[in-house]
Design a protein around this ligand. Sequence first.
Ligand code: DP6
Length: 427
Amino acid sequence: MSCCFAHPQTIHRLDDLVQPPMNSEKKKEIDGLTDGVSDSTKRAAGLSPQSQGLPLSDRFPLKEIPALEGSVAWEAPSNIALIKYWGKYGQQMPANPSISFSLKTCLSQTKVHFKPQAGGGVRFSLSGQQNLGFQTRIENFLNSVELHYPWLREYALDIASTNSFPHSSGIASSASGFAALALCVEQIDQHLRLTAEEGSAAHHPESSAHLADARFFNRASHLARLGSGSACRSVYGGWVQWGMHPATPESRNEYAIAHQSAIHPVFTDYRDTILLIHKGVKQTGSTAGHKLMEGNPYADARYRQANERIPRLLSILASGDLTEFGLLVESEALTLHALMMASDPSFMLMMPNTLAAIREIQAFRKQNGVPVHYTLDAGANLHLLYPAQHETEVMSLINNSLMHYCENQAYICDSVGTGPRPINPFV
Ligand code: DP6
């Protein structure tokens, strides 16, 4: 089967894979999004005329589950957030919108072999080794979405994943891993639905067109979010926003969208060199960190601040103002870690070498006028952000002054990437 994949685009998609009971205010809000939209427009957007934006109503129902065996495989990138997602509610809903870019070289490759098996079943291996810890997390995740992927109860999945970055590098593989897995699950879902509806999907003239549909990526983003919040941003390339904000009317809390226009050329191949300052297991993981935002006395102010910063970053991305960019992203990084320190119990993920390297970066910038800035994830590693044209100067800064702050002098050179890609679909 030959497949053609279009660049993911933004499309209004109003469903939710897992549906918490909807209160009437929320329902009004969602219904309101399709008020006044003509039936033909709804059809073009993949919504049935009756749907009124109700969850999952744009999927044709899977009346019978066909028995097929095959494999799908996807590669998906990790991403780095500039406006951070920190705090969530309900079913993996973000407490504030975030903006990230997808990376080019930090990737996960995931292959899923599916075959009929009553009751379902999951086997997960990482780099060729069965990994029971991740297997349980993936099983729980897949169980939680069975309502919308009913075939999961009747299929055994053998999931094999590898990461391009070293296993214990301190770089979380959950974003790229869940994004790659969600793309595989969506592709199997499309295949089964088309087969159920039309007979052999392998010969269905529209099977590749369905996969090329922007909704395919919106749904995969939606599904990935339920595995790990930041993973929903990894199903697209370039600059990505997750979380509703009036500055981007098409943005949603349920899934991320790609910002394809209004990005200044300097930001289309921006560099991110990751200094691996500490590769060990973190004292507090992201999921526990998000939870601690619930009692954080600064939470409301933080969510307001993040919302104010979305239009500010969007306008910087359009103008290419690197000074403003640096001020904003460094403040975001330090705010994230300040929130951790202000949690109860408090925790600190930066290491002495993180701070020492930050000082060197600041001094270098002052002395040389090179626009190199840093951001931090929920960990001690530093991401050095700079325009491609300054690569030589920044590499000499790393080699002369920063490398010795890294464990085993290790760092990873990365940059803005083009997003996920299918690998040998249906091999
Ligand atoms: C600091 O997406 O890892 O990297 O939704 O619980 O899986 P879960 O958390 P996760 O949190 C990422 C937090 C962050 C900021 C960001 O990526 O926006």
